[in-house]
Design a protein around this ligand. Structure first.
Ligand code: AMP
Length: 132
């Protein structure tokens, strides 16, 4: 059965899309731990990130860099952090977490509430800053 992320890529489930290319896709996490929390994923479905073939893993990292740069440019962060966990959705992904201040909580277990209109706005801000 297709993962929820494959369904998002295929447009069967809606998302706050940020960017995509031939191999990768980026969208907002619906249960963010900070405003502008993004997930980057390979379009092909593999559960464990370290099972990805080398070229795909390095490509995912470079795609994450491009999106993190856009987050930093558009949201006034001090930097963007990465978390890789993968315990909930069996489709390899990196969490890109905008960091706005030094003592900001940095754990997936501390979700925040972001209103739908703000999610739309955040997705627009970040996606406009992604360099093609
Ligand atoms: P994990 O597999 O533990 O690294 O976390 C999976 C992440 O996917 C969680 O932070 C969820 O909030 C997120 N997530 C699950 N379903 C969706 C969805 N439909 N759209 C966006 N993010 C999702």
């Amino acid at each position: 059965m297709a993962s929820i992320f494959t369904k998002i890529i295929q447009g069967e489930i809606p998302c706050y899309k940020i960017a995509e290319d031939e191999r990768f896709f980026a969208f907002l996490d619906i249960n963010p731990i900070a405003e502008g929390h993004v997930l980057v994923i390979p379009k092909s479905e593999t559960d464990y990130i370290f099972d990805l073939e080398d070229d795909l893993l390095s490509g995912l990292t470079l795609f994450a860099k491009k999106i993190a740069t856009a987050i930093d440019l558009s949201l006034g962060t001090i930097r963007t952090g990465i978390i890789v966990e993968g315990l909930e959705v069996p489709h390899a992904h990196m969490h890109l977490i905008p960091i706005y201040f030094e003592e900001q909580p940095f754990t997936l277990s501390r979700k925040i509430e972001v209103k739908q209109e703000r999610m739309v706005e955040l997705a627009k801000l970040i996606s406009k800053a992604v360099k093609q």
